[in-house]
Ligand binder design. Structure first.
Ligand SMILES: *[C@@H]1O[C@H](CO)[C@@H](O)[C@H](O)[C@H]1NC(C)=O
Ligand SMILES: *[C@@H]1O[C@H](CO)[C@@H](O)[C@H](O)[C@H]1NC(C)=O
Ligand SMILES: *[C@@H]1O[C@H](CO)[C@@H](O)[C@H](O)[C@H]1NC(C)=O
Ligand SMILES: *[C@@H]1O[C@H](CO)[C@@H](O)[C@H](O)[C@H]1NC(C)=O
Ligand SMILES: *[C@@H]1O[C@H](CO)[C@@H](O)[C@H](O)[C@H]1NC(C)=O
Ligand SMILES: *[C@@H]1O[C@H](CO)[C@@H](O)[C@H](O)[C@H]1NC(C)=O
Ligand SMILES: *[C@@H]1O[C@H](CO)[C@@H](O)[C@H](O)[C@H]1NC(C)=O
Ligand SMILES: *[C@@H]1O[C@H](CO)[C@@H](O)[C@H](O)[C@H]1NC(C)=O
Ligand SMILES: *[C@@H]1O[C@H](CO)[C@@H](O)[C@H](O)[C@H]1NC(C)=O
Ligand SMILES: *[C@@H]1O[C@H](CO)[C@@H](O)[C@H](O)[C@H]1NC(C)=O
Ligand SMILES: *[C@@H]1O[C@H](CO)[C@@H](O)[C@H](O)[C@H]1NC(C)=O
Ligand SMILES: *[C@@H]1O[C@H](CO)[C@@H](O)[C@H](O)[C@H]1NC(C)=O
Length: 557
């Protein structure tokens, strides 16, 4: 993302047991002392901290100190989606990134002898012709072997299989929960296939492995993993119905099923990208352990996070499938956050005086709202069959939208806020004063600052009781420009912005008054947008989210 940037790496977690917040806090402090400009955390707390406010957890508090020191903080949203309020990155001083699919796909499929094509995954070569298929459980050397013993069908041991039956054929293996747990591996099954001179391997999904999405795992032999349990059933039915058995003994006389693997080594480009991945954690942002909603938009943004190739340590032991490799492909919000960290470095390089909030503003107000076809960015909403459950992404799915590096480097207007603003916000939380003092050694005065009043590049109102007016202040970092303000109001809410036109000189500020009126009672979240359109081509988008609406309008039912 940012060529020639310097990367400092701090180890705070361990494969064997995870780790402790105290180590993460120590790592953040050390990074700040070392003078880093940006901190990227592909980690979140594994549970919401108890207490009056979610924001008062040790990691978020350490990150607030980092922000005070001028460090831009990026955090992965978490892979706990797609249900509402599944977000694991909470605070307004943190820049939270969700995961989107990009357009590069590695399609692979299995074409059965009965012409049915089954989609699958696998960064694997294909086969030229249709080849006979033999299931591992039908190729055992010892007929007494218990085929219901899970590992037997998983092709983890070539010594129990009969090479005469497997050689030159496609070996069918089951992909069970044991693979997810690391007890069985694709690598081992491929070795089995190689030992027996099989032409390739077909993995079908055990019905107990549900909703688990597979990355395209590299395979050196022709291979495919059928990731849907239903498709796996189609394969097994065809395979089973093609077996010729002896009437009396039920012994298999002939394996009649054939198939070819189309192969998935070559990238293919899909035009249904970007889209929010089902696992990407969603807003609204929870404010406390009682799950009240905060007036803060989370996630802030989405970035590419699915099927991401990156450098990998060949001696690393974190993934069996990528052991010995120098590159690995991974998916998750952990892959999305570093993209934004890199782009933040580019923004910081161009605008060295930008505060962390100004960097976040540049990235947010310029984010893209459209997919490759010019339609709205879609979001997956279910764990199983995610592609059939898509709908246009809301700010609770994607924040401001998909990060756009080109546009972020020329944002025109900036919405800034600083440590004192965040402190006022914390002090505005009922009962927070002693906790704030504990963490920051600063005493709270009387603060009435609410999260919706923070000068963020979004407006989120969890509870709109009749009406509410908030202000936003923009600073022009480009040349003199005339702006026109347009908006679309959330459903059940009327919006007005004042002024609707303004001329802003370079370096000057402009305050916008933004009023919301509830026009109906509803507890359904609804969304809108404010757009600031400059006559020199700058456009700043501010997403609007309103959850509960309470209207006094008695003429409405
Ligand atoms: C493959 O064959 C080698 C040599 O016989 C053996 O050591 C290894 O365990 C076999 N691999 C599998 C997965 O059975
Ligand atoms: C799988 O098959 C079952 C029963 O045949 C059906 O109810 C279900 O909708 C199918 N699921 C998918 C994801 O197609
Ligand atoms: C396989 O097919 C036979 C009939 O051809 C049927 O009796 C049997 O139930 C099938 N088994 C499975 C596991 O589908
Ligand atoms: C490319 O992907 C699309 C779906 O994303 C698929 O329909 C098409 O068959 C693929 N093409 C190849 C050559 O794999
Ligand atoms: C990103 O921003 C640039 C510059 O504003 C614009 O030309 C481009 O169309 C944007 N890309 C997307 C995908 O919106
Ligand atoms: C603040 O919290 C205290 C104790 O939890 C409660 O008694 C008080 O009513 C709250 N004040 C406001 C303004 O919500
Ligand atoms: C402040 O910190 C002390 C110990 O460091 C702890 O005992 C106390 O509970 C904390 N108070 C609050 C309000 O968090
Ligand atoms: C809305 O605000 C009014 C006063 O402005 C108050 O009387 C009423 O209880 C509030 N309603 C709710 C549901 O909070
Ligand atoms: C909101 O309602 C009040 C009266 O209830 C009205 O004065 C104000 O203009 C309204 N604002 C908007 C944005 O509709
Ligand atoms: C915004 O509201 C403030 C009072 O809250 C008022 O003094 C100011 O004139 C308003 N500005 C505009 C442009 O409406
Ligand atoms: C009250 O409802 C009427 C009819 O639906 C609508 O025209 C009017 O704008 C609403 N008033 C306010 C203050 O929202
Ligand atoms: C909305 O609910 C409030 C009570 O919470 C009630 O006073 C008001 O009349 C309701 N408004 C509408 C339009 O139903």
């Amino acid at each position: 993302m940012a060529p020639r940037s310097h990367i400092s790496v701090y180890k705070a977690l361990y494969k064997s047991f995870g780790g402790f917040a105290a180590d993460v806090v120590a790592a953040i402090d050390q990074a700040a002392q070392d003078g880093v400009d940006i901190v990227s955390l592909s980690i979140t707390p594994n549970r919401r901290p108890p207490g009056i406010a979610t924001f008062f957890n040790p990691i978020d508090m350490a990150l607030l100190s980092a922000v005070k020191a001028g460090i831009f903080v990026v955090q992965a949203a978490g892979n706990t989606g797609p249900s509402p309020k599944s977000i694991a990155s909470f605070s307004p001083w943190i820049f939270t990134v969700g995961a989107a699919a990009h357009d590069r796909v590695y399609s692979n499929s299995l074409v059965l002898g009965n012409t049915i094509t089954i989609p699958g995954v696998g960064l694997a070569p294909g086969t030229k012709d249709k080849i006979p298929m033999v299931s591992a459980i039908h190729a055992l050397t010892d007929e007494e072997t218990n085929v219901n013993d899970m590992p037997v069908g998983e092709c983890q041991d070539s010594s129990i299989l009969n090479q005469d039956l497997v050689e030159g054929n496609l070996l069918i293996c089951s992909y069970s929960i044991r693979f997810v747990l690391g007890l069985s591996t694709i690598k081992q099954a491929l070795e089995t296939a190689k030992n027996l001179s099989a032409a390739g391997v077909v993995f079908y999904k055990d019905p107990f492995v549900i909703g688990f999405q597979l990355n395209p795992i590299p395979m050196k032999l022709p291979g495919v993993i059928i990731s849907s349990p239903n498709d796996s059933k189609v394969l097994l039915q065809y395979y089973n119905s093609s077996l010729e058995r002896d009437e009396a003994s039920k012994k298999i006389l002939k394996f009649g099923a054939v198939a070819s693997i189309s192969g998935g080594i070559k990238a293919n480009y899909s035009n249904s990208a970007p889209k929010v991945m089902y696992y990407s954690a969603r807003g609204p942002d929870p404010q406390d352990t009682f799950l009240a909603d905060a007036d803060i938009l989370k996630p802030n943004l989405i970035a590419p996070g699915n099927f991401i190739w990156a450098a990998w340590s060949s001696i690393g032991t974190d993934s069996v499938e990528f052991q010995g490799e120098n590159f690995a492909m991974m998916s998750g919000t952990s892959m999305a956050a570093p993209h934004v960290a890199g782009l933040a470095a580019l923004v910081k390089q161009k605008f060295p005086s930008f505060s962390p909030s100004a960097i976040g503003s540049a990235l947010s107000t310029t984010a893209s709202l459209y997919n490759a076809q010019g339609g709205p960015i879609m979001a997956q909403h279910t764990y199983t069959n995610p592609d059939s459950s898509q709908s246009p992404a809301t700010p609770f799915d994607m924040g401001s939208g998909l990060v756009n590096a080109t546009a972020a480097l020329d944002p025109g207007l900036i919405l800034d806020s600083n440590f004192d603003d965040f402190l006022s916000f914390l002090c505005g939380i009922n009962g927070s004063a002693p906790v704030v003092f504990n963490y920051t050694s600063q005493r709270c005065g009387m603060s009435t600052v609410n999260a919706a009043d923070l000068n963020l590049p979004s407006i989120t109102i969890a509870r709109l009781n009749q009406s509410r007016t908030v202000q936003r202040t923009v600073i022009n970092i480009a040349g003199d420009e005339s702006y026109f303000v347009g908006w679309s109001a959330p459903y059940g809410v009327s919006v007005s912005v004042s002024p609707t036109r303004f001329l802003i000189e370079s370096g000057q500020k402009q305050v916008l008054n933004i009023s919301f009126n509830a026009t109906m009672n509803s507890s359904l979240a609804s969304f809108g947008r404010i757009g600031l359109f400059g006559n020199k081509g700058h456009v700043a988008n501010l997403p609007l989210s309103v959850i509960v609406k309470i209207s006094s309008n008695s003429t409405q039912s």
